[in-house]
Design a protein around this ligand. Sequence first.
Ligand code: C2E
Ligand code: MG
Ligand code: MG
Length: 467
Amino acid sequence: MNLSAAPEHVPDVNELSALRKYLQQFSSYDQDTGFPNCETLLAEINTETTKASPLPLGATLIEIRIRGLSRIGEAYSRKAIGSVIRQLADRLALAPLTKRTIARIDHKSFGVFLPDVADPVLALQTAKQLVALCSRPVPWGDHMLNIDAIAGVAMTTPAVQDANTLLHHAGLALRASSENGSPGYAFFDPTEARAAKRRSDLVSIVAKAVEQDQFEMVYQPFFAFDSGKLVGFEALMRLRHSEFGQISPSEFIPIAEDNGLISRLGAWCIEDVCRTAVEWPSHLIAAVNFSPAQFYSGTLLAEVNQALERTKFPAYRLDIEITEGTFMRDQELVLSQLNSLRDMGCSIALDDFGTGYSSLGYLWQFPFSKLKIDRSFIHALDTTPKAPSILKSIIDLSRNLGIEVTAEGIETTEQMRTLRNLNCDYLQGFLCGVPTAKSNLAAIILKNFSETLNQENAKLPKIRVIR
Ligand code: C2E
Ligand code: MG
Ligand code: MG
């Protein structure tokens, strides 16, 4: 090819400007629907909101997300998805709306910008109509394809005028609209924005804390109902942050799970607990919570083994607490690891029983040593007349299967009395001990020792001293 040769045709100025126009058009509009794309919508919103002077009364952005597209893609083809999107675009284009801009925000969302809608009731009514419009089945060949839509509604305010923030708010409102109990459309709620910001801050905090070993374990005692003797301590993780204060494990554990940090955290936890517990009197048990994600890391068994070996803590004194959620993904994989942990000598407890599915199936499938009844069930004793019979059935069933039962979250003597009468084996709760730092454990162990000694002494026959 002769590069120095002159091109056969040099476009003139008019042709170039036509080409530029065509490319601009091409990059500003969605090729499937012909609607403006997200960038174009944002520009349009910014133009509208800055046009009015002083500040406009208000405008509305509705994001409509179509659900069920991946299912349709899997069952039929990508072509089917394209057809659904085009038909929904036609429906939206024909919707009886006043001044509006409809755009394709991404592959499963449309945006409807209503520059003149400043009334929240009207905004919500419109969202409801659009959701209904986009939730009707769509024909494709001989089939009717089922889809459904949800909508998030955001409105401009004197403080929020820019398009990016408005779109962000509509996206956050979508989250709320997909929650249980929502009618499928929801307004942006500023607390959502705060929660999203907190979630994002916490990801960095948790990642840094894992990196710098900033977690700490505290220990909550549990006791035998029949003798009142201390049986052991459950290890619970804590994270304190200079700005955020004490962050609950219910908040940071899911963050560690979602961000691939849980395996490292779990490995640190098991070793730290074993190192602490090996100093306790040899009859005391250490209970450790394992997150479902740890069973999918591929390193769990090696980590437990290593922790036991390095610390010389005997496996028979280790209770591993898991929740039903652990079985959700790959039961076989989880069961084989639980069996290996049992073979190593550890006991396995099913935690939080009564929340989740409370499926008795798990109790048949794996020989749990213990079942821990969730504290919501214990609290139900105060409000629900049927609670004692339900608790009795759980305890009787466990007993028949050779599984010991712990009642979690006991806060009142009344709750304690009821569970003792129901023959529960162990009790744990603020009534008899809150989670506490490891430096306080020696005092708890000694106190319980002297209390049970006094009880035993009281049972001995009185010896009369004859002089
Ligand atoms: P869990 O394993 O069911 O632990 C019991 C939770 O109930 C603890 O909350 C404990 O402080 C609290 N609790 C105990 N007694 C009472 C009571 O009488 N009343 C009330 N209101 N609460 C009581 P915590 O420490 O906030 O932990 C929450 C959950 O976070 C734990 O539930 C467990 O699922 C998870 N978690 C805690 N530490 C770890 C850990 O080291 N690893 C993993 N994977 N999860 C952990
Ligand atoms: Mg637990
Ligand atoms: Mg629990």
